[in-house]
Write a protein that binds this ligand. Structure first.
Ligand SMILES: O=P(O)(O)OC[C@H]1O[C@H](O[C@H]2O[C@H](CO)[C@@H](O)[C@H](O)[C@H]2O)[C@H](O)[C@@H](O)[C@@H]1O
Ligand SMILES: O=c1ccn([C@@H]2O[C@H](COP(=O)(O)OP(=O)(O)O)[C@@H](O)[C@H]2O)c(=O)[nH]1
Length: 466
């Protein structure tokens, strides 16, 4: 079988135990670990502009994975990563249009880095290789590879939501971007509504036609589209939770909780994760439920992310203020209702924390999937599971509909969901947990990888009829 090359902006640290920066790296790493493959991406290092491209590609091996990474110079980092990818596309794809800013110079940097990645990959790619590209940073990569003569099968999986055409069209470069996306052979989405939003653009704005099996015919090409919800290794996560249940970290936590119920949230510190709304809902819950004072603590782990993008600096300042204010309002000498931590944990150290929590509070305003929601469920003890409160705007809500689903803009409903979760009878907790585990076992990480890879290897016929 032809070899697989995986390409993403962010690659996982391949040293065991280091914190993973986000769900993409965690998911791809887990998916590659079993079958092996080659993975190309940014090293995470930025070098001064006087270091001129092409920048060297460094190869590292970890078991069956060969990791190829390259640095970015400052100008490319500023325009491509900080500018167009995270200053324009990220807010637009998460429906935060008022936070998006656009500059053609940033878009030029985005094109340039997609071109540089293509150049570097072309150096080791053979005509038989199959290329699996990940996420919004690399929408123009297939086009850049094809301009360099590649006729390989090239697929894109989008980890984020894809917005409705009217939202996408806020990006002045939307037509060029969508045309570039149509150079892929397969485009995978987390949910059917993301897929439909993309198809809607292609049909209405580009004169494309829908064919059978999610195939779109446009500009003489057949692009297959599909829904591939990313999963987690449920058994491995539960084993990690059990193995560390009595670690010194967990003993210290239990001692400090002193029998109080733990509500737990873990996110990158991102405005898409709905942290201010969540804090407000917790505050309202405390205001309305005096009986729970001293009986509950909320721990929010918020890992600093993209901290040189202005919108991220602003949300960080806002949350520091809110956390202080809420504790100031309710805390007692021997009770801190909200623990707010700006640090990251190795992923395996999060599992016993989830298992110790009575409630997982996962309430993004919009999220492609949200692996934390799935990890929280997987880590639970099935005999005495905690309750997941989940935003209906996370991709995960399509599968985990046995969670308590909430609208993160509805402070009152979120406060009520907290009260309901904390008081939920054991039998109901078990039933909801079992239902979510059954879906997660079906939609495993292996299935995500295998279905995408198989579909990518299977050409779509242009003549198929809808
Ligand atoms: O690479 P960063 O800029 O540090 O950001 C971290 C990652 O964030 C996003 O993750 C997404 O992928 C998850 C797995 O599919 C999904 O559960 C989540 O909803 C997404 O937000 C981003 O899409 C990645 O590219 C970043 O690497
Ligand atoms: O301190 C932390 C915080 C988060 N994560 C991991 O980062 C990923 C976050 O993925 P998610 O899909 O929830 O959101 P994203 O950050 O990708 O938007 C999950 O696997 C978490 O377990 C981690 O390893 N350490």
């Amino acid at each position: 079988m032809s070899r697989l090359i995986v390409v993403s902006n962010r690659v996982a640290p391949i040293t065991e135990g280091e914190p993973t920066a986000g769900g993409l790296a965690a998911g791809v790493m887990d998916a590659l670990r079993q079958k092996g493959g080659r993975w190309f991406g940014w090293s995470g290092q930025v070098v001064p502009d006087m270091v001129t491209p092409p920048l060297p590609v460094v190869e590292q091996r970890s078991g069956s994975i060969s990791l190829y990474t390259t640095d970015l110079n400052q100008r490319d980092y500023d325009t491509y990563y900080r500018g167009f990818a995270n200053g324009t596309l990220w807010p637009i794809f998460h429906y935060q249009t008022e936070l998006a800013r656009f500059d053609w110079a940033d878009f030029e940097g985005y094109r340039r880095v997609n071109g540089r990645f293509a150049e570097a990959i072309s150096a080791f790619m053979t005509p038989e290789d199959v290329v699996w590209v990940h996420d919004y940073h690399l929408l123009c990569l297939a086009k850049a590879l094809r301009q360099r003569g590649a006729r390989n099968r090239i697929g894109l999986f989008l980890h984020t939501p894809f917005p409705a055409p009217a939202v996408m069209m806020n990006v002045p470069a939307h037509a060029e971007l969508l045309a570039a996306m149509c150079q892929y052979d397969l485009i995978g989405f987390q949910t059917e509504s993301d897929r439909l939003a993309f198809a809607d653009y292609v049909l209405r704005e580009m004169g494309g036609e829908a064919r059978a099996d999610g195939v779109l015919a446009v500009g003489g090409r057949a692009i297959r589209t599909g829904v591939y919800p990313i999963g987690v290794h449920v058994d491995m996560l539960r084993a990690e939770a059990e193995a560390a249940a009595d670690s010194p970290q967990m003993q210290a936590l239990r001692a400090s909780l002193n029998g109080r119920a733990l509500v737990m949230s873990v996110d990158r510190l991102d405005y898409s994760k709905g942290l201010p709304q969540r804090f407000a809902a917790y505050e309202r819950f405390l205001a309305e439920n005096a009986g729970w004072h001293r009986q509950v603590e909320f721990a929010q782990i918020a890992v600093p992310s993209r901290s040189d993008v202005q919108a991220y600096q602003e949300i960080r300042r806002q949350l520091e203020g809110e956390a202080g204010r809420i504790n100031g309002r309710f805390a007692e000498l021997d009770w801190t209702p909200l623990r707010y931590l700006n640090r990251s944990f190795a992923r395996r150290d999060l599992m016993p924390l989830y298992a110790a929590a009575a409630v997982g509070l996962v309430t993004p305003l919009r999220d492609g999937m949200n692996l934390v929601a799935k990890e929280f469920v997987a880590a639970q003890d099935p005999v005495d599971p905690g309750v997941l409160i989940l935003s209906r705007f996370a991709g995960a809500a399509r599968e985990l509909d046995a969670a308590l689903l909430v609208n993160p803009h509805d402070e009152q409903a979120m406060a009520a969901a907290l009260a309901q979760a904390l008081a939920m009878p054991l039998q109901e907790r078990r039933e909801r947990h079992a239902a979510m585990m059954a879906v997660m076992r079906r939609n495993s990480l292996e299935r995500w990888r295998d279905r995408f890879e198989n579909d990518l290897r299977t050409p779509a016929a242009l003549e198929s009829v809808a």
